[in-house]
Design a protein around this ligand. Structure first.
Ligand code: NAP
Length: 283
């Protein structure tokens, strides 16, 4: 029930139709008996500044920020959390006594999903894709002590720009190139991360960028796609006795961290995970 004391969080982006975050966060609030709510705020790019000012003026506690605002919103925030500043993008805002603080929980969510099954420190990492999600992940893993990172992209120029930015900001020399380098790069990797939308619903049977024949036993294979939960890439990983990590783990952990930032409380992980899986299994 909404009361006079209900505290408001939400997500702003455009479009928002497929976001699973309202389901995940509202399930957590309900389960903890908290008088909080999470609502979708569809915001067109031309209204971003007014939206941030409006949310602050309305006393909203915090919001997630999604496509297309993750970078553009930096202009309207007062304080940006360490790794998010290096990445140059945020996915979580907290309104703190009039101060707007920005965080990147995609980055910490990716790290936590990987660290459930392996240690990033000293690992050799291969990242496919060089978009926003790849960027968050590359900076976070470099900071966490990955021994080397290779970024391969359909448009190699974008991989080069990301690698150069990492060298400038972190002094970390990542390798980069196009997908023709996949075969050689997978061989020497401990962790393979596919940040591209390949295999995402409804294209669930598209050919994966890496097949089982290129993978080796024990390779950690993290697919950022979470719908379906068991993607074509992760099925290949199973065939190769590699270690699959579903994008749903990252989705869950980016949400867990945002929940903590807003409320100062630990959310019920199992409740959030069940809520996500129920929706994904229904589709
Ligand atoms: P983005 O900025 O648009 O980047 C997409 C990347 O994928 C680009 O490098 C693009 O290459 C590459 N790509 C696109 N289509 C491709 C294809 N058919 N074959 C090969 N490469 C292709 O998107 P993003 O924000 O980084 O998001 C990427 C994916 O991560 C999405 O599926 C998103 O849902 C997922 N994601 C998941 C989570 C989670 O919590 N699990 C969080 C964030 C994002 P070009 O540069 O050549 O275009």
């Amino acid at each position: 029930m909404i009361t006079g004391k209900t505290r408001v969080t939400g997500i702003m982006g455009h479009p928002l139709g497929h976001s699973l975050s309202p389901i995940m966060h509202n399930a957590a609030f309900r389960s903890l008996g908290m008088d909080w709510i999470y609502v979708p705020f569809p915001v067109k790019p031309e209204n971003l500044k007014a939206a941030v000012e409006g949310l602050r003026a309305l006393g909203v506690e915090g919001v997630n920020v999604t496509i297309p605002h993750k970078e553009a919103v930096l202009e309207y925030i007062d304080d940006i959390h360490g790794t998010a500043a290096l990445i140059g993008a945020v996915n979580t805002l907290k309104f703190d006594d009039g101060t707007v603080r920005g965080y990147n929980t995609d980055a910490s969510g990716c790290l936590r999903a990987l660290e459930e099954v392996t240690s990033v420190e000293g690992s050799s990492v291969l990242i496919l894709g060089a978009g926003g999600a790849a960027r968050a992940c590359a900076f976070q893993l470099a900071e966490k002590g990955a021994s080397d990172i290779t970024i391969l992209n359909r448009t190699p120029e974008k991989a080069r720009l990301l690698a150069e930015d990492m060298a400038d900001k972190l002094g970390f020399e990542a390798s980069y190139g196009g997908y023709e380098l996949i075969q050689g790069s997978v061989k020497s990797a401990d962790i393979l991360i596919d940040t591209t939308p390949v295999g995402m619903h409804p294209h669930t049977d598209d050919r994966p960028l890496v097949g089982a024949e290129l993978m080796h036993e024990g390779l950690v294979v993290h697919d950022f796609v979470y719908n379906p939960q068991r993607t074509v890439l992760l099925r290949e990983a199973e065939r190769a006795s590699a270690i699959p990590v579903s994008g749903i783990r990252m989705l869950l952990y980016q949400g867990v961290e945002a929940f903590r930032i807003w409320t100062g409380r630990d959310p019920p992980l199992d409740v959030m995970e069940d809520a996500l899986k129920r929706v994904l299994n229904r589709d």
